[in-house]
Design a protein around this ligand. Structure first.
Ligand code: ATP
Length: 573
């Protein structure tokens, strides 16, 4: 509370505005302003100052309140989702046309999957978004598309023929067949069956590469491999791509494509398949080159090798701190881990279900100096979603040795030739990303009594469904005109069968973010209703503005700023 005081100094009066405040249990007086030499002038000035202080306080309070409201709102925007098991997800995916067991009419085949009419769209959208953010929007990245079968020497040089080995194990108690790596096999008595906790018995080593014969006449053919990863084609093409694309270090080469592994126990739906797709980057630097990009303050659960070895729990921290404290050793690793995490979050994945885990010493692959995995909490536990290894110059060195070709590049500064180092290799399986986006979108809405797949509009298989309210000729005509206008740019569908509620729920389950309905008003007023999948809110939009509106809302625009909200409750009654 502020008050006016008079001070007499050498016989003259001076007025001040003071305020008492309790600080650490003691009342302290603070002078806020000098008010002049007369009481009248002082009281007038005091009134003005107190009024402006009150105004400031009010606006400060309002700001705090706004912040609180925003916080609450953000809480609300963290998507609701329903926990389901991987088996339930596989059933849902089959029922809606996302994924089928390959060759199912003949009994299927373990580890092979076919994407249906919705699944192929989601998978393509994942690849499109990944390519856009990792290749097109970066000046330091280009892409390639290597072949699936290549000269088998490639796999000798890479170490896959001799070192890419898993050990088959069987649980003595429940008979569960699975694989462990060589490190785990060396201490098999400590590894317990994830199904029943029983002990394992080792059944020998196996190389998961599929072999084939190139050349139809057996005597003239050679044994070749279906690639177990896309990465090697980037290394074998490195010099050509580097020169032709006029790249400068630091830079990356990206690739999306199929990989094959003859897994001993394919399981957990798309998580462990025998044929799958990868999105990979080899990021090359001059040895010791610093990362020119910032490391941000995004928070994530961090589980370093040291924490694991000391039996500690993962700890939440900022990427910048994890690097600053030396937990993540290189700026490049911190940078790429954060980028990969942000890519998922930007497309609607739930940040609470992610962590980064460093490989412990004996777990690392034969080529890796250091590896961190971006892990996701699947219904069957924390599992690797994406591996990010530091492969050093291992691969280029090996290919130089085996091919006898010079793969070095010229350093303009030192005027010497050298082999670039792959400081990070982000390697992500599309099937695992597909599952993340599905699990974090799947929501059973009790009120609507159907699943609402709240998938990010950029990933949604169908962007807009166009639904004439009734099958009248004039309604259908408008619907078809809208369909024709949108279909060149977006994947849109037309549906006139069944009640409007039935059609909405069909689209909710397919993850279609927007439904457009054409009704009697559309004929008179030349506008339509657009319904938001996540909120069921409906807005009226002029037909001439539809394309622009759809463009904006898919990019994250808000329908309430683009159309006129309509009261659906009133409409129903
Ligand atoms: P895991 O330990 O789970 O077998 P990995 O360490 O062998 O995986 P990488 O060689 O690092 O896997 O492959 C890179 C990425 O490719 C993985 O993070 C994963 O997303 C994907 N991937 C690997 N194997 C499979 C598989 N059998 N099915 C589906 N995706 C896979």
């Amino acid at each position: 509370m502020a008050f006016v005081v008079r001070k007499n100094i050498h016989g003259n009066n001076y007025y001040y505005l003071n305020e008492n405040k309790r600080i650490d249990g003691k009342v302290k007086t603070k002078t806020l302003a000098y008010l002049g030499k007369t009481r009248k002038e002082a009281e007038r000035k005091a009134r003005e100052i107190i009024k402006s202080l009150k105004k400031d306080k009010k606006s400060m309070d309002e700001k705090i309140e706004e912040k609180e409201i925003l916080k609450e709102k953000n809480k609300e925007t963290i998507k609701e989702y329903t926990d389901i098991s991987i088996e339930e997800m596989a059933i849902f995916c089959k029922r809606k046309g996302f994924v089928y067991n390959s060759g199912e009419i003949y009994g299927g085949m373990a580890g092979f999957w076919d994407f249906g009419h919705l699944g192929v769209e989601l998978s393509n959208n994942i690849k499109k978004e990944w390519w856009k953010s990792h290749v097109h929007s970066r000046e330091d990245m280009v892409g390639i598309d290597g072949s699936i079968i290549t000269n088998p020497k490639v796999w000798e040089a890479s170490g896959h023929v001799f070192s890419f080995v898993d050990v088959a194990v069987v649980c003595k108690k429940c008979g569960n067949k699975t694989k462990v790596d060589k490190f785990e096999a060396g201490r098999i008595e400590k590894v317990k069956c994830e199904k029943c906790g029983g002990e394992f018995e080792t059944k020998g080593e196996f190389n998961p590469m599929f072999t084939t014969q190139v050349g139809p006449i057996k005597e003239d053919s050679i044994k070749a491999y279906l690639r177990p990863e896309t990465a090697q084609l980037i290394f074998t093409n490195f010099r050509y791509v580097y020169d032709n694309a006029r790249l400068k270090l630091p830079c990356g080469i990206a690739q999306i494509g199929k990989a094959f592994r003859n897994e001993i126990a394919p399981r957990d739906f798309l998580f462990r398949a025998r044929e799958f797709e990868q999105m990979e980057i080899e990021y090359f630097i001059k040895p010791e080159q610093k990362c020119p990009y910032g490391i941000g303050n995004t928070e994530i659960l961090v589980y370093s090798a040291e924490m694991q070895e000391a039996g500690k729990k993962a700890a939440k921290m900022k990427f910048s701190d994890a690097y600053g404290k030396g937990i993540i050793k290189t700026d490049w690793h911190a940078y790429w881990l954060e980028q990969e995490f942000l890519w998922f979050i930007g497309l609607g994945a739930n940040p609470e279900k992610f962590r980064i885990r460093q490989h412990i010493k004996d777990e690392k692959s034969h080529y890796a100096l250091d590896t961190w995995d971006l892990e996701y909490r699947f219904p069957f536990g924390w599992k690797e979603l994406e591996g990010i290894a530091n492969r050093t110059d291992f691969d280029l060195k090996q290919h130089e040795k085996f091919s006898g070709k010079d793969l070095k590049i010229f350093d303009e500064d030192t005027k010497e030739k050298f082999l670039p180092h792959v400081v990070c290799e982000p390697s992500l399986g599309i099937g695992r990303a597909f599952l993340v986006f599905m699990f974090d979108s799947y929501f059973y809405d009790k009120k609507r009594e159907n699943v609402v797949l709240k998938i990010h509009p950029k990933l949604s298989p169908i962007k807009v469904a166009i639904l004439p309210i009734v099958k009248k000729k004039e309604f259908k005509k408008i619907a078809k005109e809208i369909l024709n206008e949108l279909k060149n740019e977006f994947n849109v569908i037309y549906d006139e069968s069944g009640s409007i509620g039935r059609r909405y729920s069909r689209q909710d389950e397919a993850g279609t973010p927007y439904c457009i309905t054409i009704d009697a008003d559309s004929l008179k007023k030349k506008d339509i209703t657009i319904r938001d999948r996540d909120t069921s809110e409906q807005f009226r939009i002029k037909i001439k503005n539809i394309k622009e509106t759809v463009r904006k809302i898919i990019e994250g625009g808000n329908l309430s700023n683009l159309g006129k909200r309509i009261n659906t409750r009133k409409k129903i009654s």
